[in-house]
Design a protein around this ligand. Structure first.
Ligand SMILES: Cc1ncc(C[n+]2csc(CCOP(=O)(O)OP(=O)(O)O)c2C)c(N)n1
Ligand SMILES: [Mg+2]
Length: 318
């Protein structure tokens, strides 16, 4: 990768992280209602998994969805307005934090039902196959999703019909407060997926380079008609499950262990290792992110709620 590409990776990681910091700040000020789940710590998973996607590929994921939307090229202002419940949001304020969606950027949405995105990914991939297109679906879900019945139905059908899906399991080791060994009879989620006859990978999800290289292969296979692949990305969420979770079920040592593997300083160190980059260049990127998010908050704050009469619009697609 050249320097410009690597600086773009750094920008995307900082955008995803700083967006969450600003959301937390606005949430505590009472600017948003409902549940709110932050992606902080997991940035390299999404940036890496999506790096090799084309604009016409589909992305679908869980309620921890702010980063997916932004990385697809979604407008931070429209995302923030959606969280504020304002009509200027990407779903006119009807979805909120967990249900961002934008057809124009092929982001098929965040879903609050654990594993609910998996059968939808199968449907999207089946439509691609039916139309003879060479598009790909990247589907993000958590470790908790792998214990759901519909998850197994979806993986089975994906493999049976050789659909163009990249399953990305964000193994952050917890489903709310329940750790993987306490909830999954088989601890290796990749081994669990292997019974559906597809290539499976276990990756350091805190490392952009490892994520993107595995995703590159999985995306190429899906595009070439070779069917789905499964990526288990080992990662960690730095904050509680949602804004209301103090995360007392995790030790400080454990959190520290993962923070030492933070993907952002790692990408920065990698860039500095390969290219001569002054600290100011990183600061310029940080300032650009701050500016964009200041504008996003201003845009969201100036918005307003949709009148209640319009609540029942947009339920069905024409
Ligand atoms: C079908 C279903 N059961 C339970 C819940 C409640 N719930 C919301 S998030 C969650 C944990 C999911 O954890 P995981 O899949 O590991 O994703 P993470 O939050 O770690 O990203 C649960 C049990 C739900 N939303 N849907
Ligand atoms: Mg989890």
């Amino acid at each position: 990768m050249n320097k410009a590409e690597l600086m773009e990776v750094y920008y995307l990681m900082q955008l995803a992280r700083t967006f969450e910091t600003r959301v937390a700040e606005q949430y505590t000020r009472g600017k948003m209602g409902g549940f709110c789940h932050l992606y902080t710590g997991e940035e390299a998973v999404a940036v890496g998994a999506m790096w090799h996607l084309r604009d016409d590929d589909y992305v679908i994921g869980s309620y921890r969805d702010h980063a997916y939307y932004l990385l697809r090229g979604g407008d931070p202002g429209k995302a923030m307005a959606e969280l504020f419940g304002h009509k200027e949001g990407c779903c006119k304020g009807k979805g909120g934090s967990m249900h961002l969606f934008d057809w124009d950027i092929n982001f098929l949405g965040g879903y609050a039902i654990v594993a609910g995105m998996c059968p939808l990914a199968v449907g999207a991939a089946k439509s691609i196959q039916y139309r003879g297109e060479d598009r790909v679906v990247v589907c993000f879900f958590g470790d908790g999703a792998t214990n759901q019945g519909v998850y197994h139905e979806a993986l089975n059908m994906g493999s049976l019909y050789e659909l163009p899906i990249v399953w990305v399991c964000e193994n952050n080791h917890y489903a709310i407060g329940t750790s993987v060994p306490r909830s999954s009879a088989r601890e290796s989620l990749a081994r669990k997926a292997r019974s559906y006859e597809m290539p499976t990978y276990v990756v350091d999800g805190m490392d952009f380079f490892k994520m993107q290289s595995v995703a590159e292969r999985a995306i190429a296979d899906a595009r070439a008609g070779k069917g789905p692949s499964f990526i288990e990305a080992q990662c960690y969420r730095y904050r509680g499950h949602s804004m209301s979770d103090p995360a007392t079920y995790r030790s400080e040592e454990e959190v520290e262990y993962w923070k030492k593997r933070d993907p952002i300083p790692r990408i920065k160190a990698a860039i500095k290792h390969d290219f001569e980059v002054e600290e100011e260049e990183f600061e310029e990127v940080d300032a650009r992110v701050r500016r964009e998010l200041d504008e996003a908050i201003e845009f969201a704050s100036e918005g307003s709620e949709l009148p209640v009469e319009r609540l029942y619009e947009d339920l069905y697609v024409e």
